[in-house]
Design a protein around this ligand. Structure first.
Ligand SMILES: [Fe+2]
Length: 256
């Protein structure tokens, strides 16, 4: 079974700038992304694809997206991108929708389907899917009912136990979860946005968040607070029987 599994790498919340010296929470985001990709390449390279789950660029610049593009375009496998609240979807459609990049839509590998959802709302730190995107998810899960599904979005559909960040989660999370509950082929939901790792289960569905490739947020903090944990990434092995093996990697102190 192992040799039929699909290996994916999730990177999220790179928060790049036009300026190579741009920082988030004291972390140089461009240097940190390069270090994360170097560390991942030293582990389980290559994945079948990368999932890039939003907040790719912090300053809404074309140069920021070109920086992201240039860091990932040469690997020779797909990079599936969705927007976060800090992103500019128009620039993403322009610069990150041609191979090897895709923008939203749906990916498929083996007997897995991967809906890539858009939760972006203008001038909002929180996210919302809305009727069209919820309908698209419902349709995709029905159309691929014979496949296992890994659903990706930027905003968290479950509380993280941190009041300030739970105020800017997914506004229509209840509607999202009711779509998930209507289908028995959803194995996992995967997100970014919260800059911290989590791994839970709800009604047989794995629910996971992943550290940022740059600065982390302190788990369960009442107010906004950076965490000293290192930049991270997540490996996923999607097995043919629907099971998932996953592991979060972190940069060591001397690689940061
Ligand atoms: Fe972020």
């Amino acid at each position: 079974m192992r040799n039929r599994s699909i290996r994916l790498l999730q990177i999220t919340d790179s928060h790049l700038y036009a300026d190579d010296d741009g920082e988030l929470g004291g972390v140089n985001t461009a240097r940190s992304l390069r270090a994360v990709l170097d560390a991942a390449q030293a582990e389980h390279w290559p994945p079948r694809a990368i999932l890039a789950t939003g907040d790719l660029v912090q300053d809404h610049t074309r140069a920021g997206y070109e920086r992201f593009h240039d860091a990932l375009a040469g690997f020779g496998f797909p990079v599936h991108c969705i927007p976060g609240n800090h992103d500019d979807p128009a620039l993403m459609r322009e610069l990150l929708a041609m191979p090897p990049f895709t923008f939203c839509g749906v990916a498929g590998y083996g007997n897995w389907t991967i809906p890539l959802l858009n939760t972006w709302r203008e001038n909002s730190a929180g996210g919302r899917l809305g009727a069209d995107e919820l309908g698209r998810l419902d349709h995709l899960l029905s159309a691929h009912s014979g496949k296992h599904a890994l659903v990706c979005l930027h905003h968290h559909p479950m509380p993280m136990g941190s009041p300030w960040i739970d105020e800017v989660g997914l506004a229509d999370a209840a509607d999202f979860l009711s779509v998930i509950d209507r289908h028995d082929n959803v194995r996992a939901v995967l997100w970014g946005h919260v800059h911290q790792a989590s791994d839970r289960e709800r009604a047989g569905v794995r629910l996971m968040s992943t550290p940022s490739t740059s600065a982390q947020f302190e788990p369960t903090s009442l107010e906004f607070s950076y965490d000293s944990a290192g930049p991270g990434w997540r490996w996923l092995e999607l097995h043919a029987d629907g099971s998932i093996e996953t592991r979060v990697g972190r940069l060591s102190d001397d690689a940061r």
